[in-house]
Design a protein around this ligand. Structure first.
Ligand code: GCU
Length: 624
């Protein structure tokens, strides 16, 4: 055969085969499944944002429900390139000749901050992904730095800006941020957040918890502007071992960090120069005698911190907190913690995640009516607005991370997650003087493999980050005999600064008359707090005292419990009954009584006070 013809023939055969192969795979040419670039590193946490001027990104965000995560994964369930993902914010309606199967401009909106469950009926129990998109104009200034700061997103999020992924975050109740210096444009910035609230075994909390899994951008979002060298964080308080001295630290981020910062408190005539070293850190300690913060006198001072072109202004209280034998001492005086547990739910209306100052003021107003000087913010860090409102109102706080029930103790990623949530909780609130207890867990199984090591490491971390406050956890009850009970958690009680435990005598544990024959004993010479007790009642449901869920049963339960607690004596340093207000939980299915609500509140979800509210209020009025 003529060589030319032979060559032509080979070329034809090659072309034919190539086209056939292409034809076979047509229709869905699976793009190369390159990994979506995710910044898994720790994002630069800018602290004390509450002390800064900020630009709000709150408001109506366009939102697309994406239960199969089509905007993120290919049909082979591999991450699709960012360029093909919904982070590109493309629009079908402006380019109808393109194959685009989403369009944020055409999408309905969800309010931010806010959970999605109470904004749309179809999202009431939704667990999955919702994409949020906010468009905004902003003219960045030369020489300034910019951060997108989220106060809270439940549960996991991946954030993109103008088609570039900034990073992911896990944990539904602590703040996080991404630096966006140099990434902003004057017009039409596209901020996109993929939020996924699915429960997973390795998460913190894990798959089973007694509260509603409210998903979404549940707290405010800010654009924070700082000078190129700025005050990343500062701390200030009374020196733990010598309260005649006010002490603190300043952490500077930026290029030329060496220099001198100034901490000033005009009302005290203080102007403290603080030398900043080459790593950006500076500390100070000066003799000072501020008025002590206390529930009776919630005194706050305006503190200014300046460094170069940056300045912060915060309201700070000064107090000491310590234990001495059975006693908790606030400013050196024994204090009995007249508390109540609180979930972060709106005090009225459709419910859902609380986030505003108004929500906080209403809820804490009820706690004050009850006679409280203390609240257990269960079971996760509440909003900064809630903590600051409590500080202003003179209410001490137990702050907790959601290491709740049967966590995946032997999973290193789970521990890293719990640790990060603890660090970010302390990072946000370490200047809030009303927080007196960091709690690392709730009702965790004694003896579970890895549990002791996990919790001991968290307690060590809390003390490393902040040696000024008490560290504890909510433990459970153990029986020594039919009539003698104690805390079931010797290992944790030993490690913690306080013995705090949950008991449900009269509800999960017998009936109220069991309180009459039960005594309590505690081995360690440490203060004891009963961090949960109580029982359920539907407001307005009346009947014999033997009927569960009647107001009469709940009232009897509280009367008997409080008489039992009075027999404990001076080792009892405080109580936080479970709970101030009825709250949503998918575990509460009794139609006509619970209807998706845990009914152990002293107040109904509509704000109606049950008979037991007054039993507790009267008891607190007798406690000093
Ligand atoms: C537990 C748990 C709470 C829960 C409560 C209840 O003690 O700590 O989160 O809501 O009991 O069963 O009502």
């Amino acid at each position: 055969m003529n060589p030319l013809i032979r060559a032509m023939k080979r070329i034809f055969v090659f072309l034919f085969l190539s086209c056939s192969l292409l034809a076979l795979s047509c229709g869905r040419t699976p793009e190369e499944p390159e990994q979506v670039i995710i910044n898994e590193g720790t994002v630069p946490q800018i602290c004390s944002v509450g002390a800064r001027e900020k630009f709000s990104l709150d408001g109506a965000w366009n939102a697309l429900i994406d239960i199969y995560e089509t905007g993120y994964y290919s049909y082979r369930r591999t991450p699709i390139p960012v360029g093909s993902s919904w982070f590109m914010d493309r629009s079908y309606f402006t380019t109808p000749d393109q194959l685009i199967e989403y369009d944020f401009d055409a999408a309905p909106t969800l309010d931010v901050p806010g959970d999605w469950n109470t904004q749309r009926p179809e999202l009431y129990m939704y667990e999955g992904t919702v994409w949020y998109r906010r468009k905004f104009d902003f003219k960045p200034e030369e020489g300034k730095r910019y951060f997108i700061y989220f106060e809270g997103v439940n549960y996991e999020s991946v954030t993109g800006l103008n088609g570039e992924i900034l990073g992911r975050h896990e944990g539904g109740f602590t703040p996080f941020c991404f630096e966006v210096t140099g990434k902003l444009r004057e017009k039409d910035n596209s901020l996109i957040v993929k939020v996924d609230n699915r429960r997973r075994l390795e998460n913190v909390p894990t798959v089973n918890f007694d509260w509603w899994n409210y998903g979404g951008i549940t707290r405010s979002v800010h654009l924070v502007e700082t000078p190129s060298t700025f005050i990343r964080d500062f701390s200030i308080g009374l020196q733990k071992d010598n309260p005649e001295y006010m002490t603190g630290s300043i952490d500077i981020d930026g290029e030329n960090v060496r220099g001198t910062a100034v901490v000033s408190i005009p009302e005290l005539g203080l102007e403290i120069p603080v030398s900043i070293n080459e790593t950006g850190l500076g500390t100070f300690s000066v003799k000072a005698d501020p008025e002590r913060w206390s529930p009776g006198n919630p005194k706050l001072y305006t503190v200014h911190v300046t460094y170069g072109k940056d300045s912060l202004k915060d309201k700070v209280g000064f107090r000491t907190i310590e234990t001495k034998g059975h006693d908790i001492l606030l400013n050196g005086e024994r204090v009995f913690l007249k508390g109540i547990c609180i979930h972060e739910e709106k005090p009225s209306g459709k419910g859902g995640r609380a986030f505003s100052e108004e929500d906080a003021r209403t809820t804490l107003g009820w706690a004050k009516e009850l006679g409280c000087n203390f609240v257990r913010l269960a079971h996760y860090p509440h909003s900064e607005a809630m903590v600051r409102m409590a500080e202003e109102m003179g209410i001490m706080v137990w702050s907790e991370i959601p290491v709740y029930w049967t966590i995946d103790w032997t999973n290193p990623a789970t521990f890293r997650n719990a640790c990060a949530q603890l660090e970010d909780n302390i990072g946000r609130d370490h200047n809030r003087c009303n927080i007196i207890i960091w709690s690392v867990a709730n009702e965790t199984p004694v003896g579970a493999p890895g549990r002791k090591e996990f919790l001991y490491a968290l307690i060590d971390k809390a003390r490393e980050l902040d040696g000024t406050r008490l560290v504890g956890a909510a433990m459970e009850t153990a029986y020594i005999s039919d009539t003698l009970a104690t805390i079931n958690d010797a290992e944790l009680f030993e490690k913690a600064d306080i013995g705090s435990f949950n008991q449900y005598v009269g509800w999960y544990d017998g009936t109220p008359d069991k309180c009459d024959v039960l005594s309590w004993t505690f081995s360690l010479n440490k203060p004891v707090i009963i961090s949960e007790f109580g029982g359920g009642a539907k407001y307005g449901y009346h009947g014999p005292e033997t009927w569960r869920f009647t107001e009469e049963y709940q009232k009897l339960l509280y009367r008997k419990n409080l008489a039992m607690l009075d027999r404990i004596g001076p080792q009892l340093a405080g109580t936080t009954p479970w709970i101030l207000k009825d709250f949503r939980s998918p575990k509460r299915a009794l139609t006509g009584i619970q209807d998706d609500y845990n009914r152990k509140g002293l107040i109904s979800e509509k704000g109606e006070k049950k008979a037991a509210f007054y039993v507790v209020r009267d008891w607190y009025s007798t406690k000093q």
